[in-house]
Design a protein around this ligand. Structure first.
Ligand code: GAP
Length: 464
C-alpha cells in the first residue's frame, strides 16, 4: 500500500462496509455505544461461525490426536493465581498529567523513539521516557505520571457480598481450562500422549489501549489448543508441524502469502510461561502486526497447577511406565483478529466503466451467504413463486438469501458486498424454459442453468 492516507482510507472503507452490510457495528449504539465494543450482525455471525467451523475441522476433526472442550469462563480464582496471571499478566501504563490521556508505556516509547521497552520495569521505562524527552502524542507536553503495571484480568464478585473472598476473574485465555481439565479428559477419553485439547471461546482482558476496530478489544474469542507431549519429545519438530497447520489455515482463509510474516519473539518479550514463541503477523491496513501466536509453554502450567492444587497431574506412559509432567506446545488464534484479516484480504475494488464495484472475495466456504435467489420482479407472482421453490430446494444444503427488493443491479451490488459467490435470477424466460441465470461473484459471468440441474451445478462449484 502506498501511503498512510490510503491505508487509513482502506480501514475506514472496511469499517463502513461492515456496518452498512451487517457484519460488525458498534455495540449498544442507541446509548452512545461503549468504546471498542463491537457486535457481529447477521453477516458477521455467519462469517465468524464459518471461520470457527473451518478452524475446528483443520485443528480437531481431521486429526486422531485431538479432542475438544468447553470450559467455564469463571473458574476458581486459584486457577489464575497458579497460572501466574494474577501476578504477571500486566501491561505498563502511564498518564499525561496535562491532558489526562492514558497510554501503554511500551507503545508510547516505541512510537516516539523506536526503542523497545517491553519486558522492562516501570522504573526503567520512566528513565527512557525522561532521557528521550518523550512528548504526549495528544497534547505535546512532557508531564507524565509514574509508569505502573496494570493487571489485565477482569475482576468480578461471586454472590451478594463484594469482598476479597468473593473475587473471581473472567478468564484471560481459554488455555487454563485445558490445563485444569487435563486429567479429567485423559481419564474419560481414549487419548494417549502425544495428544491435544482444543477450545474456542470468549476471553476477557482489560486492555489499556484497545483499538483498530476489532483488532484489539476487551472481549474476544480465542481458538486455541494445548498439545501435550513427553519432556523427551522433539518439541521443535512438533512446534514446526503446528506452524505448518497455521500456515494452511492462513491459506484456506484467503490470506495472501506476501502479507504473512513469522516473527520469532525474543525472550524478554515472551509471555511469562513461554520458552519459545513465534507470532504469525499480518499486513493490516494500519501496518504489520500480530495475527496469531505459537508458544512452547513447557510443563510450566501443569506443574503450577499440581503445586497449587496439590493434585497429581502427571502422566504415566502405558508402555514404558515412565511418569512425567507433560510439556505443551500451544497454537493460539484470535477469532476476531482472524476475521479482520479475512475482511482485509477479501476487500476488493474493481473499476467497471465509470463505476467502482466493491466485492468481498471471501473463499467460498467462508462466505456468509452461499447463494442468493431473486425473482426478476417482485410483482410477478409466477416469478416469485418459482424463486421461492428454488430457495426451498437449496436451503437445506446451502445458506441462501431470498431477495426481491429493488432493481436487479442493486441486488447484485449488495450480494457482491457481502461476498455471495452465486446469485440465481428467475426471469421471464424461466417460466418457459425452466432455466435460470446464475451469476458468478468473481467473474460476473452469467450462465443459463436448468433448474433441475442447479443441485448438481452447486455441488460441483462448492466442491461438495
Ligand atoms: N493462550 C495463549 C494466549 O492467549 P495471546 O497471544 O495472549 O496468547 C492469543 O492471545 C491470540 O488472541 C492472539 O494471537 C490474538 O490473535 C488474539 N488476541 C489477544 N489479545 C487480543 C485482544 N485484546 N483483542 C482481540 N484479539 C486478541
Amino acid at each position: 500500500m502506498s501511503n498512510k492516507t490510503e491505508q487509513n482510507d482502506l480501514m475506514e472503507k472496511i469499517v463502513s462496509l461492515c456496518k452498512r452490510r451487517g457484519f460488525v457495528f458498534p455495540s449498544s449504539e442507541i446509548y452512545g455505544g461503549l468504546a471498542n465494543t463491537w457486535d457481529f450482525g447477521p453477516m458477521g455471525v455467519l462469517l465468524k461461525n464459518n471461520f470457527k467451523e473451518l478452524w475446528w475441522k483443520i485443528f480437531v476433526q481431521e486429526r486422531e490426536d485431538m479432542v475438544g472442550l468447553e470450559s467455564s469462563i469463571i473458574m476458581n480464582p486459584r486457577v489464575w493465581e497458579a497460572s501466574g496471571h494474577v501476578s504477571e499478566f500486566a501491561d505498563m501504563l502511564i498518564d499525561c498529567k496535562k491532558c489526562k490521556n492514558r497510554f501503554r508505556a511500551d507503545h508510547l516509547v516505541e512510537d516516539a523513539t523506536g526503542i523497545d521497552i517491553e519486558g522492562k520495569s516501570p522504573e526503567e521505562a520512566a528513565k527512557v521516557i525522561e532521557k528521550n524527552k518523550v512528548k504526549c502524542p495528544a497534547c505535546g507536553k512532557i508531564d507524565w505520571t509514574k509508569a505502573r503495571n496494570f493487571n489485565l484480568l477482569f475482576k468480578t464478585y461471586i454472590g451478594a457480598i463484594e469482598d476479597e473472598k468473593a473475587i473471581a476473574y473472567l478468564r484471560g485465555e481459554t488455555a487454563q481450562g485445558m490445563f485444569v481439565d487435563f486429567k479429567e479428559i485423559l481419564n474419560s477419553s481414549r487419548q494417549k500422549i502425544p495428544f491435544g485439547i482444543a477450545q474456542v471461546g470468549k476471553s476477557f482482558r482489560n486492555e489499556v489501549t484497545p483499538g483498530n476496530f476489532i483488532f484489539r478489544t476487551r472481549e474476544f474469542e480465542i481458538a486455541e489448543l494445548e498439545y501435550f507431549m513427553s519432556p523427551k519429545a522433539d518439541w521443535r519438530k512438533i512446534f514446526d508441524s503446528w506452524l505448518k497447520v497455521m500456515q494452511r489455515l492462513a491459506n484456506e482463509i484467503g490470506l495472501n502469502e506476501k502479507d504473512i510474516h513469522f516473527h520469532d519473539i525474543p525472550k524478554e518479550k515472551r509471555a511469562h510461561y513461554s520458552k519459545k514463541t513465534v507470532d504469525v503477523e499480518y499486513n493490516y491496513p494500519f501496518g504489520q502486526s500480530e495475527l496469531w501466536g505459537l508458544a512452547y509453554r513447557t510443563d510450566y502450567d501443569l506443574k503450577k497447577h499440581q503445586e497449587y492444587s496439590g493434585k497429581d497431574l502427571s502422566y504415566t506412559d502405558p508402555k514404558t511406565n515412565e511418569k512425567y509432567i507433560p510439556h505443551v506446545v500451544e497454537p493460539s488464534m484470535g477469532v476476531e483478529r482472524s476475521l479482520l484479516a479475512i475482511l482485509c484480504a477479501a476487500y476488493t475494488e474493481e473499476k467497471i466503466e465509470k463505476e467502482t464495484r466493491i466485492v468481498m472475495k471471501f473463499p467460498k466456504n467462508l462466505a456468509p451467504i452461499k447463494i442468493a435467489v431473486f425473482p426478476l420482479l417482485k410483482n410477478k407472482p409466477e416469478l416469485v413463486e418459482k424463486a421461492h421453490d428454488i430457495f426451498d430446494s437449496l436451503k437445506l444444503s446451502y445458506v441462501c438469501e431470498f431477495d426481491d427488493n429493488g432493481n436487479i443491479g442493486k441486488r447484485y451490488r449488495r450480494q457482491d458486498e457481502i461476498g455471495t459467490p452465486y446469485c440465481v435470477t428467475v426471469d421471464f424466460d424461466s417460466v418457459k424454459d425452466d432455466a435460470v441465470t446464475v451469476r458468478n461473484r468473481d467473474t460476473m459471468e452469467q450462465k443459463r442453468v436448468k433448474i433441475a440441474g442447479l443441485e448438481a451445478f452447486f455441488s460441483k462449484n462448492f466442491g461438495k
